[in-house]
Design a protein around this ligand. Structure first.
Ligand code: AOF
Ligand code: ZN
Length: 363
């Protein structure tokens, strides 16, 4: 409807949109249920303002960029990684703010799938006489907004399954010891992934065995609390578990006895299936979920077809007997194996990382 007009893309447009995507990254992991969004305002090469959406409830990216630009917004081009909103939510419509500021042209990477917006932001801008173009660096934007778009279109968070294994395919020794499979460089990458996705899921077995903090720890940065999600069908999580913070969610079967957790700060959710559990998390505003452990929970997600992305670190180590990353499902023939489409291969320190998207990101 409003295609981006230049093919190949104009280098100045490309640079500013790249910067908008880069600026948006500062909000990653903090904005759920909203997406991370970035905005750059420029006259030709000269940037006059930029901003990002820091967290839900705070002003949107465009507002910060307009504030910075002041009167210089008049006649400028706005580069936004998502269609400016047209609705009164927790904040007033950004499309109106751009119109009022006298912006001449708006280039957006992708339209907003939120039914409250869904093209109305672009239409409003165009009706006000502003040039509107959509689709510049769209693939990058869809990837950055993948969790948000999954929640809006499917009503559940996007699930990234992550594990580290030895070259002979083991995630832990038979004793359960797994410290550490992968290198420090890989573990830093895991913490970056945690920080970007903002929510980590584990099974109650992992909580009982390791009592994990479920935080993101990156060099030179303060420890960052994530939203822990504990899949605990039978209600085995101890009341003193470190992960039971106010942002935590414990998901149990409808009949589980949770009386020992009722005084905890965590949200207790009842669900009869994984689908129902993820729907509950979607309703709580989860865009993403990093599935970290262990093999039983991961197998259940795989069986239910609820894994959207895999991220695997392979360490150059041979262990011998040990635990496999997946305790199922049982498949009799190799031809029944799930084949990952278009896998990406990278080295991180001494380790090999394989990642793949199993589901297309909704546009
Ligand atoms: C934008 N710029 O930076 C973001 C947008 O509850 P609210 O008012 O914050 O609205 C949330 C919705 O606004 C969200 O679902 C998505 O459609 C849009 N997010 N829009 O113009 C932004 N974060
Ligand atoms: Zn907005």
């Amino acid at each position: 409807m409003y295609p981006y007009l230049f093919n190949p893309p104009d280098p100045t447009d490309l640079r500013h949109m790249q910067q908008a995507l880069e600026v948006a990254r500062a909000g990653e992991g903090h904005t759920a249920p909203n997406p991370a969004v970035g905005c750059v305002l420029a006259h030709g090469d000269m940037v006059v303002g930029q901003g990002f959406h820091p967290r839900a409830g705070a002003p949107h990216a465009e507002v910060f960029a307009l504030e910075q630009a002041g009167a210089a917004a008049r006649g400028a081009t706005a580069y936004v990684t998502l269609e400016p909103c047209s609705h009164f939510g927790r904040t007033p419509p950004c499309a109106d703010a751009l119109i009022r500021a006298g912006v001449a042209r708006v280039v957006m990477a992708a339209l907003d799938p939120d039914p409250r917006v869904a093209g109305r932001g672009a239409a409003r801008l165009q009706e006000a006489g502003i040039r509107v173009e959509v689709g510049l660096l769209e693939a990058q934007a869809l990837r950055q907004q993948a969790g948000f778009r999954t929640r809006v279109t499917l009503g559940r968070p996007r699930v990234t399954f992550k594990y580290a294994m030895t070259l002979d395919g083991k995630v832990a020794a038979l004793s359960g010891d797994s410290r550490w499979v992968s290198s420090p460089a890989s573990r830093e990458r895991v913490h970056r992934l945690r920080a970007r996705l903002g929510a980590v899921a584990v099974g109650s077995g992992t909580v009982l065995a390791d009592d994990p903090r479920l935080s993101a720890r990156l060099p030179g940065e303060p420890e960052r609390a994530l939203r822990p999600v504990i899949f605990d069908r039978r209600g085995r999580t101890p009341a003193a578990a470190q992960a039971l913070r106010s942002e935590a969610v414990v998901i149990s079967a409808p009949e589980a006895d949770l009386s020992h957790l009722e005084a905890s700060a965590a949200t207790l959710l009842r669900a009869g299936s994984l689908e129902e559990a993820l729907g509950g998390l979607g309703a709580l505003g989860f865009n993403d979920l990093l599935l970290e452990g262990g093999p039983t929970l991961a197998a259940a997600f795989l069986e239910a077809g609820l894994i959207d992305e895999v991220q695997v670190a392979i360490a150059p180590k041979l262990l011998g007997a040990g635990l496999s990353p997946l305790s199922g499902p049982l498949r009799a023939r190799m031809s029944e194996a799930l084949e990952l489409p278009e896998p990406r291969w990278e080295t991180v320190g001494p380790d090999l990382w394989v990642s793949a998207d199993l589901s297309a990101v909704p546009a």
